[in-house]
Structures are given as C-alpha cells and as structure tokens.
Design a protein around this ligand. Structure first.
Ligand code: GCB
Length: 613
C-alpha cells in the first residue's frame, strides 16, 4: 500500500512539473539533427541588442533588436549591427577559449545561425534542445521569442510552433549572458572559471504530436536484492510520461532479456512493473547495459540501461547487496591542456580514462552537472558517479526565489540522468556555511531529491568543525543526508601534513562517512624538499599523511574523492610563481603530466583492490 502511495506521489509530482516546458530526455536516442558547428556572434557588453537607448526591452519587431535579421533594403539604410562570417564561434564550446578577447569576458554575447526545416511527417513536432548554456539564455526564432532559461549546466528545450518554422533559412538567435549575480546559482563567488557560451550540444528533436517525454526503468527499490539474486528473478519497475493524455499503447522492450510489455497509455503518466529473469546486474566490474526500447506512435526511443541497486545499510554502502568502498576522484568539467570546458565524448574519454588509470571506481563530478557524455561513458566504463548542483558556498539561503532556482536545477539534473546506472549519489551542494536558514534550504533540497528519485543516495559536501587536533563532523545537514560527506584540508589550509598523525576524528552520525575532498597545490615540475609549498614533494607528502590517517578512520569510512584529477582554472588563484590563475591541486598538470602524488593515491587504490580480492 505504502509503495503505491509513493508511486502516486511521484506521478503527481511528474504531472506538476508540466507547468514549464517538460524536458525531453535522451535526445541522443531519438530522431535529432545537430545544430552544432560554426555560429555567428556579436559581443554586446551594453546589451544594445536587447534594450533601446532608454534602456527598455526592445519591441519584437524592432530592427535594432539583435534577434531580428537586419538586411539593408537600400544603400541609405542605417545598419548598426549584423551577423557576419568575420565573427564566428564554435558550438558547443565556451567562448573564453576561442578568442583572446573572451578570456575574462562576463556579459552578453549573441549567437546566430540559420537552419532548414528537417524532414518530417505531417503530425510531427520539432523541439529545439540545448545541452547547456552558461548562464542565462534567451532564444529567438525568426524574430519570435521561444523562451528563456537560467542555469549553466542543465539542459532545456522549447517547442517550435509549426507556423514559425520555414522551409529554408530559419533565423535562430540566442542571447547568452554569463554575468554572475548574488541571487543566482552559483552565486558571485566560486573557485572555478566562469566559462560563458553555448557550452553543450544544440539539436532539433523531432517527435510525434503525442510522445514520451521522459521515462524510467530500473530495479524496484523495495526488493531484497540478495534474495532476488538468489532466485535470479528481479522486480523491474518504471514509468513513462507523455506530453499529453491519449488513448493508445506504448511498448517497452528489452530484446536481450526477451522482455516485451504493452502499456495502456491513457493518461500522461503511466506506471509499470514486471518480474524479469536472469538480469546481469550493473557494477564497476561488470558494467552490463541492456538495450531498452520504448515505442510509441511512430517513435522508437532507445537507450542502453544498466540495472543495479544502491543502498545504505547501517554504516556501509551496498551495491547489489555487497559492501563497496568508493575509490574516487573529484573532476571539474575542463580540459586543462586546452584551457577550456570539456564537452565531447573524446573529452569524457580523456577525463574518465585518467580516473580509471588512477584506480578509481568512482568519480565526483564537481561542482555542477557535467555534460551527458560523461555520465553515459561512466555507465559504459563502470564508474560510479556523484552528481551535484552548483549550490556552492554562500548562496542567498534566505531568498525563496533562490530556492526555486536551486530546485529547478536539481530537477533538471535528475530528469536528464535518472536512467544512468552509474549515478549513485545526488549532491545538493558544497561547503554551505552552517546556519538555520541554510539547513532549512538544503534539507528542502534533500527531501526534494528523494521525492524525485528514491533509488539513489542523497548527500552534500560538508565542512569539518573542531579545535586543535580534534576534527568533528557535526554539521546539522548530516542528519538529512543518506551518507555524510565532508571536505577536509588538514595540512594545506591548516597546519602541515604531519598534523594528520595526531588528528582525531569524531562524527555524531552513525552513517557512512565519505571524504568528498582533500588536496594540496603543486606546480608540476617544481621540485624541492617536502616542506616547500607548491612543490610536488609537498603534495606527495600531503597525500602520504592523509592516506595513513584515512586508514585510522572510524569504521564508517566508506570512501574518498580527493581534490582533484587535474589542475583547473580559477580567478581566485593569484600566486604569480606557482598558480597564475590555476588551482594546482590536480594530480595531473595543465599539460597532462602526472605529478608524484598521482602515484601515491594510485598505490593506495591498488592496495584496496588487492585487499578486496
Ligand atoms: C574546496 C572547494 C573546492 C575548491 C577547493 C580548494 O573546499 O569545495 O571547490 O576548489 O576547496 O582548492 O580550495
């Protein structure tokens, strides 16, 4: 009964999320046309294309509005802006890395390209889909506004009204603004580069008039997984969500498992459940994915999906009923050798390949949802994933509007990736300073994440309190999390690495304890004695001491994701000798060279693997 009640709540919530344009998930697995490539741009520091000279938003038909095609009809016409091949930029990609003039730019840039109407049947609809735009996007087609979106790391889409779509030369314009604001998420202050632009794929997605916008299929969370493994029979459940109610049938199939189920698709959200035999469960050792097909109308959506159960049992994390230790690494979405945001599958292969080389079975994708290539590849490579929203440091916890923005980003993160077996943890934020307002804010997010998806663990990276050599984990937010995670820098921001030898650790929570960060800066190639800051030897020493300390942690210690895989850009790091706008805590340098500490952590992970065998 309780289970059905929970499902009902979930379906009601899905229906509610309809108010805004519903996110279409798995666009890769549908008919789509890429709008990636070369776009035109205009830098618009004063937002002249948006506001008139009285600083009022321009009228839709205003020739001075940068969303309108501005072609002179005669040589006497006054033209003060135009898109031109002289100013071209690649999409996807941040603007900062594409031209010197953009390196520190924060403001508005207009993007423009043309496209032709895709081939489609009469009743088909076309949606315009953006993987991510940092931060605020206003999207216009043929002079009409399709919509706006805020949030730099999550996808969104707009339906293109039929009457607006031309056979040829549709004039698509996106106003992109990456200015930071106190009431946005993230806020003014972050320790990473504020890369602007259309940073992820843009696509036209072609769907039938009535279509499945979102779906899920996974192991039913309420089964005793050890029992299911023993009986080789698993309860699998899921739902489909249609863009509108109808009276038809949908089909879910997993050919390899000889599973085929017809579902009555009468309402817009439909729940289904079945017992399936002989599923090979997904795990880092065997990242088995099944080809799953959802058919509705003339659309067949396919996705490779893995089945696994993640849960907490007392002080431990269990994957498929077995205790698991998380050998992790934190990663920013950046390719350091090219000083740019990562976005492609090749980029994901580089980053996750490095993590594998390090001996990881887990990655913390910090501090915002990374592009979908990362989570899709993690599914294939068998890397467990922590995925996070950029509720970072001192955001405005007392402002209900800010909470709404956080909820929206949380929903978009979960919706995009809910079928990825690799994702085991949703994190609602990082190092938020303890106060009543912030705990209310953050615990609201924890509860929301749970209500949206009860099949994963919810956490947030917390800070450590305590005095002298006592380190305490007692942040009140820990009470709401499934696993208590904390960032600690003993030996870098406080004391020296050998302070780890006498450090005592206490936690008031009888829950799994995860170290979501620890690290020290080192400039690759700078060698000195171990007491010299920024030397590779200091960082090596730091990791040796930290690892020795970790081995003495209380028995609820379930894993670690040190800070960080590779050096990354940060406007806050101004040591002219060693940093030069780089956070140097990478185990790999900005040139892709492994520092000494890389091998210290690698040895630790090797020793854990051999202990397990
Ligand atoms: C932290 C933050 C991370 C920073 C890191 C550092 O605690 O979570 O975003 O980059 O420390 O290097 O100070």
């Amino acid at each position: 009964m309780k289970r059905y009640f929970l499902r009902l709540i979930l379906l009601l919530q899905l229906a509610n999320s309809n108010a805004q344009e519903t996110l279409i998930t798995n666009v890769e697995g549908r008919r789509n046309i890429s709008l990636n490539g070369t776009w035109h741009y205009i830098i618009d520091t004063y937002e002249t294309g948006f506001y008139d000279y009285r600083f009022k938003e321009r009228k839709e038909t205003d020739n001075g509005a940068y969303w309108n095609r501005n072609t002179p009809k005669s040589k006497s016409d006054l033209i003060e802006h135009q898109y031109s091949d002289k100013s071209s930029i690649n999409v996807p990609g941040d603007w900062n890395s594409q031209d010197r003039q953009f390196l520190h730019y924060e403001g508005t840039v207009w993007y423009q390209r043309d496209f032709d109407k895709p081939q489609m049947q009469n009743n088909d609809e076309v949606y315009l889909y953006f993987g991510a735009v940092n931060y605020e996007a206003h999207v216009y087609l043929n002079g009409k506004k399709l919509g706006t979106h805020k949030g730099g790391f999550t996808p969104f889409n707009f339906k293109i009204p039929k009457e607006l779509l031309l056979e040829k030369d549709n004039f698509l314009v996106v106003k992109v603004d990456n200015k930071r604001h106190a009431d946005e998420i993230p806020t003014l202050n972050t320790d990473w580069w504020n890369y602007g632009g259309i940073t992820r794929d843009v696509k036209l997605v072609i769907v039938p008039e009535t279509f499945i916008s979102q779906y899920t299929i996974q192991l039913d969370q309420h089964q005793d997984i050890s029992e299911s493994i023993r009986k080789k029979t698993f309860q699998v459940s899921g739902w489909i969500k249609l863009n509108q109610a109808t009276n038809s049938k949908a089909v879910v199939e997993i050919p390899e498992l000889k599973f085929r189920k017809e579902i009555d698709a009468k309402s817009d959200s439909i729940f289904f459940s079945s017992a399936l035999k002989n599923i090979q469960l997904w795990s880092p050792e065997n990242p088995k994915l099944y080809n799953v097909k959802f058919t509705f109308g003339n659309e067949i959506i396919s996705e490779k999906i893995g089945f696994r159960k993640i849960e907490v049992s007392g002080k431990k994390i269990l994957l498929n009923g077995q205790e698991i230790f998380l050998r992790g690494i934190s990663i920013h979405e950046e390719i350091p050798q090219q000083i740019r945001r990562a976005h492609s599958l090749d980029d994901a292969k580089q980053l996750l390949g490095w993590a594998k080389e390090l001996g990881c079975n887990m990655v913390r994708l910090a501090h915002y949802p990374h592009n979908e290539n990362m989570t899709r590849l993690a599914d294939e490579m068998g890397l467990l994933v922590w995925s996070e929203i950029p509720v970072y440091w001192t955001i405005d916890f007392t402002n209900p509007e800010v909470l709404k923005k956080a909820k929206k980003q949380l929903d978009e993160m979960i919706e995009r990736d809910r079928n990825k077996a690799s994702i085991i943890i949703w994190s609602v934020g990082n190092e938020t300073p303890v106060s009543e307002a912030r705990t209310t804010f953050m615990s609201t997010l924890v509860k929301r994440a749970k209500s949206r998806d009860d099949s994963r663990l919810i956490s947030a990276a917390l800070e450590v309190s305590g005095e002298g050599n006592l380190n305490k984990i007692d942040d009140p937010l820990g009470a709401f999390a499934d696993i208590v995670s904390c960032n600690e820098y003993l030996g870098w921001y406080r004391g020296l690495p050998n302070d780890c030898e006498t450090a005592k650790w206490e936690t008031i929570y009888d829950k799994p304890l995860f170290f979501s960060e620890t690290g020290a800066d080192a400039k690759a190639g700078f060698h000195a004695d171990k007491l010299t800051r920024f030397s590779e030897e200091y960082q090596q020493w730091y990791f040796e001491e930290q690892i020795a300390m970790m081995k003495r942690m209380p028995d609820n210690y379930v894993g670690i994701s040190p800070w960080i895989l590779a050096d990354f850009r940060s406007p806050k790091r101004n040591n002219p000798e060693y940093q030069e706008l780089w956070n140097r805590k990478g185990l790999i340098s900005d040139e892709g060279v492994k520092k000494k500490a890389f091998f210290v952590l690698q040895d630790y992970y090797k020793s854990i693997i051999s202990d397990d065998n």
